[in-house]
Design a protein around this ligand. Structure first.
Ligand SMILES: Nc1ncnc2c1ncn2[C@@H]1O[C@H](COP(=O)(O)OP(=O)(O)OP(=O)(O)O)[C@@H](O)[C@H]1O
Ligand SMILES: [Mg+2]
Length: 440
């Protein structure tokens, strides 16, 4: 089949890379692509916001399946537009994507489905919101209802910062319309785990567990980013826990959405807080995560094209997803200054050592055993006069697959160290929670 992927980051590079290895896939287009993606896909210079042009492109180029990476086009209804044109697309409709694009909607669905989540209240007026946090006290969490580039959530350790967060969202308009409504919720403690489920509207299949590292600095300090690294699977996320999450969270949510006439097709990403026996939902996303997908695609061994098509066509039931029991670790190389201001256009060197035959000998010996693999996914790169340069805050996602987590992490770091660009920054403690547990 012919596949169109929408997006241009590390997540999309990982999806395109795996699609390229799918026996069912003959041709890949990517709107808009990046230098890594373009090794496997034909770039299409249409922005995700131009839905009509994307529909026209898919029609004119006999695209059999479109796969949507980012949240914004899903929230804008790209799936509805493709469906109306009779085109197959992997992702939820605009109405079903509200599980991500409206935090108050997600809370409503969870309440109906009987899913455990932080106690909360929803406000459309700032006075009511301020009164509520004064009553409740801190710690407390203030969330802009809508999409806010991952910046709409403030975990507040005192009442003053909660009041400030409400003012920012509801009065200063920092998040635009997304902040007109806020959800204020109980502060949850525990360990965060991401869980993916592949959904076809009625049934769901587990698609991996992950731990992301959102904060910019080691020890989870500093401002939040799009994600500085991830690993999969999460050792403490046992098969028993996975079964509970499917039974107590994913399946009831799918049933509730379907009963409301908005069946969810696509990738349901549950952000979970696990505290001993209590599993609560922190949030849902309606798409693959980044950088979780980079780790997942290293572990996934099946035909991704056929798998996503089956979900899009409502045929997920009975599908078995071939996922390697090995561990994958992803280390993000970022531009210094990110998530604040950073430079672009900085030359990147050393990548060819990881792609070609010139892997340094001590690493080659280990990697050539075939049990360890390394892949560098491009997140924010560009080509300038044939030279690869930085073009974003998150630049590359160095991903390793190995028989055990410790080796995967060590390998990802030794590969990351071979890549050079001025201002290169990465967290040095990806996977620290799992490693501490392993050595305890
Ligand atoms: N109730 C809570 N208690 C404690 N921490 C929380 C709570 N809600 C959110 N957080 C923290 O804030 C982070 C962001 O929250 P949330 O996932 O709801 O926001 P988001 O902007 O939709 O994130 P993403 O960009 O991952 O989709 C969470 O990963 C978690 O660390
Ligand atoms: Mg979210």
């Amino acid at each position: 089949m012919r596949v169109l992927v929408i997006g241009q980051g590390g997540r999309e590079h990982a999806l395109v890379w795996r699609l390229n290895q799918s026996p069912s896939v003959r041709k890949i287009f990517c709107a808009t692509g990046n230098p890594g993606i373009n090794q496997h896909a034909e770039p299409v210079p249409i922005p995700a916001s131009d839905r009509a042009a994307l529909v026209a492109f898919a029609r004119a180029n006999q695209v059999d399946l479109t796969v949507v990476g980012p949240d914004a086009p899903l929230g804008d209804g790209i799936v509805d537009d493709f469906a109306a044109a009779g085109l197959r697309i992997f992702g939820p409709s605009k109405a079903a994507a509200r599980i991500e694009t409206s935090k108050s909607f997600a809370k409503e669905i969870m309440a109906r489905a009987g899913v455990s989540t932080a106690a909360h209240a929803v406000f459309d007026d700032a006075n009511g919101a301020r009164r509520y946090v004064r009553e409740r006290g801190a710690p407390i969490v203030v969330k802009a209802d809508g999409l806010a580039l991952g910046k709409g959530v403030t975990v507040c350790l005192d009442v003053e910062s909660a009041i400030h967060a409400i003012d920012e969202a509801m009065e200063a308009g920092t998040f635009g319309k997304s902040g007109d409504r806020v959800v204020i919720e109980e502060f949850l403690t525990g360990e965060e785990i991401s869980f993916f489920a592949l959904c076809d509207g009625e049934s769901a299949i587990p698609f991996g567990s992950f731990q992301d590292h959102k904060a910019i600095f080691d020890g989870d300090r500093g401002p939040n980013t799009g994600g500085m690294g991830a690993y999969s699977p999460v050792p403490r996320f046992t098969p028993a826990l996975e079964q509970r999450v499917m039974r107590e969270i994913v399946e009831p949510v799918l049933r509730t959405l379907a009963a409301q006439g908005v069946p969810f097709r696509g990738l349901l990403f549950a952000g979970l807080m696990v505290d001993d026996d209590r599993i609560s939902v922190v949030e849902f996303n309606a798409r693959f995560g980044d950088p979780e997908s980079q780790a997942l695609m290293m572990r996934f061994e099946g035909d991704l094209g056929e798998t996503l098509l089956a979900a899009a066509e409502g045929r997920a039931r009975g599908l078995t997803l071939r996922i390697s029991p090995k561990s994958a670790a992803t280390v993000v190389l970022a531009s210094s200054g990110y998530p604040g201001e950073y430079r672009k256009g900085v030359p990147i060197r050393g990548l060819e050592q990881l792609e070609g035959a010139s892997v340094p000998s001590e690493l080659k010996v280990r990697w050539s055993l075939g049990r360890i693999r390394v892949k560098v996914f491009h997140a924010g790169t560009a080509l300038r006069d044939g030279q690869l340069v930085t073009d974003g805050g998150r630049v590359l996602a160095v991903t390793a697959l190995a028989p055990d987590l410790r080796t995967a992490i060590e390998t990802a770091y030794s590969a990351a160290d071979l890549i050079e660009f001025e201002g290169k920054y990465c967290r040095r403690d990806i996977g620290h929670r799992a490693l501490e547990r392993l050595s305890a």
